[in-house]
Design a protein around this ligand. Structure first.
Ligand code: NAD
Length: 348
């Protein structure tokens, strides 16, 4: 039995509420939201009666075991530290923090407190990624030599998610002053985790290049200076010795939200694809190597991050991806941002 509190009741909180409610033994006991109208609507929608305007009030009330932190990125650190101090298990949205030192402090604090600490890296829910990792770990493709991973979106080209030129929910994502860290800050955490989890190896070094393209007159629309990165290319070396290229862009015309990972080993290769809803896995191994024949691999369903968090709360054994894992990824992203600053930024 897990009594869960949801912190922040914006868009993504609905996915959390729906997913957690469907898990046997979970009760959504409370929600915290600073916006009164959103708080009331969320309570009504999900049948939650204990509604609080601040986390402090909810902690003083105290009648919950665990919290799902679904606040904006910059709020994760402060709120999670308060939950940890109160001895609560925490399932935090990605990115865990906005920089490595904060993410590391969160991981160390959670570990010292002995509470369950996990991050919602949703693409771990892809059966194809989990199966690929299993095959890599079992040695089915030998030693990995080369990795290609990409996260492709095209909302700066197509209008499938609305018009970025006129809608504030997209414009803020293009502007550093408005809290955006560009495509790297938004989805970099997903694709770095996807690549290194699939390859079953940590990323040790990275050399990266970020680019902000000229998109509007004077690179400004209304109050929004369009200075956040639109594309990133990383060259990486993994702990297992493999070299890799990881890319992410909002200019991938023809792709709404596609992740792909290809792992090339000495005895075979694997190709993982997902759009966040369905996933697929292909393998080229054994005699097929000589004819470059790729075969589809069946991938059984896997538990979601939400289910694994509840399992961890019930068992007392922490699950993956943990805060420490998220901090490791944050370290890689910080290196990319530092290299960008050192290079001197220009738009165009
Ligand atoms: N894992 C994924 O695939 C995925 C997908 C979408 C969003 N996210 C993440 O989820 C988080 C939330 O994103 P969103 O799109 O729901 O944002 P949102 O802006 O729609 O919702 C955030 C809510 O938190 C509230 N809030 C802010 N500060 C608060 C505080 N101190 N206490 C209580 N409530 C507070 C805001 O008022 C807002 O209602 C972000 O970190 C985002 O990166 C993850």
């Amino acid at each position: 039995m897990v009594k869960l509190l949801i912190l922040g009741t914006g868009n993504m909180a609905n996915s959390h509420a729906t997913a957690f409610k469907a898990i046997p033994g979970v009760t959504l006991v409370a929600a915290v939201e600073i916006d009164p109208a959103r708080r009331a609507a969320f309570g009504k929608e999900h049948g939650i009666t204990n509604l609080f305007g601040s986390l402090e009030e909810a902690i003083a009330w105290g009648q919950f075991d665990a919290a799902a932190n679904v606040t904006p990125d910059a709020v994760h650190y402060d709120t999670t530290m308060k939950l940890l101090a109160a001895g609560k298990h925490v399932f935090c949205e990605k990115p865990l923090a906005t920089d490595y030192p904060h993410a590391l402090e969160m991981a160390e604090t959670a570990e010292a407190k002995g509470v369950i600490n996990m991050v919602n890296l949703t693409y771990r829910n892809s059966p194809a990624l989990q199966k690929a990792r299993e095959l890599v770990s079992a040695g089915k493709i030998g030693a990995i030599r080369h990795v290609e991973a990409s996260y492709l979106q095209s909302w700066l080209v197509g209008k499938q998610w609305g018009d970025w030129r006129t809608e504030s929910r997209w414009l803020w994502r293009l502007s550093e002053e408005h809290g955006s860290k560009g495509v790297l800050g938004d989805v970099g955490v997903h694709i770095v985790d996807f690549a290194s989890f699939g390859a079953d190896s940590a990323i040790q070094t990275v050399e990266s290049r970020l680019k902000t393209f000229h998109k509007a007159k004077d690179d400004q629309i209304g109050e929004y200076k369009l200075d956040a990165n639109d594309s990133v290319v990383m060259m990486t070396e993994f702990a297992n010795g493999a070299l890799g290229v990881i890319t992410a862009t909002r200019f991938a015309t023809g792709h709404a939200n596609d992740l792909s990972l290809t792992l090339y080993g000495t005895e075979g290769a694997l190709e993982v694809k997902t759009d966040g809803k369905a996933s697929s896995l292909k393998i080229c191994a054994g005699a097929d190597i000589d004819t470059q024949t790729w075969k589809t691999v069946d991938c059984p369903p896997v538990p979601t991050t939400y289910e694994r968090f509840i399992k961890a709360c019930n068992s007392g054994i922490n699950g993956d991806p943990s805060f420490r894992r998220a901090a490791e990824i944050q370290r890689i992203l910080d290196l990319c941002f530092d290299q960008d600053v050192a290079r001197g930024k220009k738009i165009g």
